[in-house]
Design a protein around this ligand. Structure first.
Ligand code: COA
Length: 573
């Protein structure tokens, strides 16, 4: 069937719906609804779709379009729930289960007939956008696929919503006034709810050290204590703030600016955002890499061993937005080097829900006194990490992707011997949209896996790839059928199996020989030097587009039209 996706952004859910529909043999076009109804009408005329699906839409579809075509809207709430802040309100209220509904577009928001819906479990600690990319996206795919099947049957009658339910189900936009935290009376649980409900957007507007900030991302702390509302510690770029009955870690902050006062502000690790405002003498409380079981605290990386005689090492890591600054890359490399000193035969990297990695940290770079120099430092730090993985020849390495990866983050995964992706993970193995040639040894790892032609196509087309397609192309070895919260256990089970496989020693020996052969044919350093010659120009040459693209990305400037590489999808060449 020819389906047109209409979305406010080519975001993770739109990319996933596109990839999953394509995987099922549909031809799919994409048009961004960016306030130009005539452009949307033109796209509908050009595509003449049998069905329109809106995976993520913040504006209304014009009436003439929904009257002429069946338009299915994905709403992140169960049937009967309505309004623009569904997930925010749900997390704020502490619901444990929720749902996603696919309904027909009509004049009133979320009031159309219900074509399908799918329930979901709300995980205990995930923030809104993590939930959105995980359980919500899974449920949305189930519901969209069912709705498409029902539509294709030609006989299915969608369920009408009752007028009384429609009135009762409406929940208005959640304003900052309702998100406010009163630190003198708020418990840890209520602070966590408010912050989870606002993460990653819009954040909670608050005051800290006499300055207004948006706070983003929060995790509980079980040991540190202090005067409610005050900062009591730092760790890996995050700050710990006391509540009335405990404390929370706040990961990122964004300065509040009066609207219209210059360039938009953007998020940074909390410690970087506070800069000189950070009180002198605030203790930096590091967490041990091997965190004792039962601790309820936040850390961005941890190491553990599993299986018989600890044959499997797991190095979990998780960075907000999947972005990895120079400092984060260096810390992860140190942890990786430690993991390599352990007597394991399989070493797993990642293995947590949500983003695996999205490459260098564009926000930290944008905020640096010299962004080109910081880009240079960041790409070297990333390359050092990737090189360490590629040159590990005494054990098997596995990159386990619980969620999406892009650019250098995909290439970090490809450095491992095996790549395992959770079903639903979306990979964007390209750099072009950020005006970069790319590094992370991609010119070595990607063609080796998919061939020169496909590597060229993937990097130039700049389109998303589903987990299933990644396996077909040779970019990944396994698709893991696991809910986001079950991913860690599934990875452990499979890694333990791998460590126990009878041909493990032979595989490690073969890998050693192959690495030596590759090194003799062309040293890794040459791949790095060649890539970095391009990247140096991308970062330092003022006529290059990268700096402007980075600024627009971190400040979330909206697309003015559907990008050309997306607009041509689903159309005859
Ligand atoms: N640096 C800093 N922040 C990044 C980032 C990066 N490399 N990649 C993603 N993020 C942030 C986004 O700004 C966003 O922040 P928010 O939570 O405040 O909205 C968050 O991570 C999620 O990204 P978003 O773009 O909303 O997710 P998505 O799933 O719709 O799209 C990508 C994912 C990867 C396609 C998109 O984020 C992207 O193009 N990232 C840049 C990749 C890149 O070029 N890296 C540098 C070269 S190695």
């Amino acid at each position: 069937m020819h389906i047109l996706l209409v979305a406010s952004a080519f975001n993770s859910l739109t990319q996933r719906v596109l990839a999953e529909l394509q995987d099922r043999g549909h031809t799919v076009g994409v048009e961004l609804a960016v306030g130009n109804d005539d452009a949307l009408r033109e796209a509908v005329r050009t595509h003449a779709p049998r069905l329109i699906v809106a995976p993520m839409l913040t504006t209304a579809i014009p009436e003439d379009i929904w009257r002429a075509h069946t338009c299915l809207i994905v709403h992140p709430g169960p049937p009967g729930d309505r309004g623009p802040s569904s997930l925010d309100r749900t997390l704020r209220e502490g619901a444990e289960s929720w749902g996603v509904t696919v309904l027909a577009a009509v004049a009133e928001m979320d009031a159309g007939d219900v074509w399908a819906w799918s329930p979901l479990k709300v995980p205990p600690l995930a923030g809104k956008s993590d939930l959105y990319r995980g359980e919500v996206a899974d449920a949305a795919i189930d519901a969209v696929l069912l709705a498409v099947e029902r539509f294709a049957s030609g006989t299915y009658k969608p369920k009408r919503q009752k007028a009384a339910d429609l009135a009762a189900g409406w929940r208005p936009f959640l304003k900052q006034a309702e998100r406010r935290i009163d630190w003198t009376s708020a418990s840890t649980e209520s602070v966590l709810r408010q912050l989870r409900a606002a993460d990653s957007q819009p954040g909670v507007l608050d005051e800290l050290l006499g300055t207004p900030w948006y706070l983003h991302g929060a995790y509980p702390e079980d040991e540190l204590r202090g005067t409610p509302g005050e900062l009591i510690a730092t760790r890996a770029g995050a700050v710990c703030r006391a509540t009335t009955d405990g404390a929370v870690w706040i990961l990122q902050m964004r300065p509040w600016h009066a609207s219209g006062s210059g360039l938009a502000s953007f998020k940074l690790p909390a410690v970087d955002a506070l800069g000189d405002l950070l009180p002198a003498g605030l203790p930096d409380v590091t967490a041990p890499l091997e965190l004792p079981a039962g601790r309820r605290t936040w850390t961005d990386m941890r190491y553990s061993e599993h299986g018989e005689h600890g044959a499997v090492g797991v190095l979990n890591f998780s960075f907000p937005g999947g972005a990895m600054s120079s400092v984060q890359c260096r810390r992860l490399l140190e942890a990786y080097r430690f993991a390599c000193t352990r007597p394991t035969s399989v070493l797993v990297l990642g293995g947590l829900r949500d983003f695996f990695s999205n490459g260098i940290h564009l926000n930290v770079i944008e905020a640096a006194p010299d962004p080109a120099e910081e880009s240079w430092a960041n790409i070297h730090a990333m390359n050092d990490l990737v090189e360490a993985v590629i040159t590990t020849t005494d054990r098997l390495t596995v990159a386990a992707l619980g969620g999406n990866a892009a650019a250098g983050g995909v290439m970090l995964a490809l450095a491992a011997d095996e790549v395992w992706c959770r079903d639903g993970a979306i990979l964007n193995p390209h750099y072009r949209l950020m005006g970069l040639y790319g590094s992370e040894y991609w010119t070595y790892t990607l063609p080796r896996r998919v061939g020169e032609r496909e590597a060229e196509r993937l990097t130039q087309s700049a389109l998303p790839v589903s987990a299933k397609r990644a396996v077909e192309l040779g970019m990944a070895e396994r698709v893991l059928q696991a809910a986001p919260e079950e991913l860690g256990d599934e990875v452990m089970r499979l890694a333990t199996q791998l460590a126990g496989s009878p041909d493990l020693a032979a595989r490690i020996a073969k890998k050693q020989a192959k690495r030596a052969e590759d090194e003799a044919a062309k040293p890794l350093q040459r791949y790095r030097d060649e890539e970095l010659a391009h990247m140096r120009r991308n970062f330092f040459d003022r006529s290059e587009p990268h700096a402007a693209l980075r600024s627009a990305f971190v400040r979330k400037e909206k697309a003015q039209h559907t990008p050309a590489h997306v607009a041509q999808l689903g159309l005859p060449r």
